[in-house]
Design a protein around this ligand. Sequence first.
Ligand code: KIV
Length: 271
Amino acid sequence: MSVNKEIKRITTETLRKMKFDGDKISMLTAYDFTMATIVDHAGTEVILVGDSAANVMAGHETTLPITLDQMIYHAQCVVRGAKRALVVVDLPFGTYQSDPQKALESSVRIMKESGAHAIKLEGGKEIEESIRRIVNAGIPVMGHLGLTPQSIYQFGSYKVRAKDDAEAEKLLSDAKLLEELGCFSLVMEKIPAGLATKVTESISIPTIGIGAGNGTDGQVLVVHDMLGLNNEFKPKFVRKYLNLEDQIVNAIGQYVQDVKSTDFPNSNEQY
Ligand code: KIV
């Protein structure tokens, strides 16, 4: 799908209606202007400026090191490229968990300085007051439950979450709480498909899954993963639509050869 001249912005209301109508929502990450432009042109409804930027853009092992200033920079680049998609930005680790006032200030900075349309944060009951404060300020909030990568050192691994009854029950009750607090949507990461479907059927806000099966209202992937930009990373839940790493390596290898053989530039490629 390509976007025509009269671009109508996707809003949180659009997503709510999509759930109601049974239309699935597509969401992808982007961290820069060029990729955001492409993802937007391709028709993705939501672009997530994920704190996974810490991994795929900066090469960190976890999402913890990325700062609020760095997230704002990525968000500014994405907002310039996204003409139709709703742009959601992750609140990075340490900018909202400690106190609700700080959570609000971090969210306000993202909204004011980047021009993004919503924020996302990880957790349920533990950050209830932070969510309440942000929503009350008129900022749309997307929740994130299940495998929440900012808690990786507490989890100890990136294994599937909420497999046991206690954790599954907490996740369901957190999902209901997020709806009650006014979140407009909820990401569920790496949890059993049956649980994700149950949550989706139990709440009226759209759910977006990643490694959570087909019963959610939408799906999200890290764009670098689905384009095959990293051959090393191949979790079960990622479908690779391209093998870009190989294609780029081949193309660059060809360029190197052409430079060395003086085939590039030729007479048409010079002034
Ligand atoms: O940071 C991120 O990319 C995310 C998605 C995996 C949901 O939070």
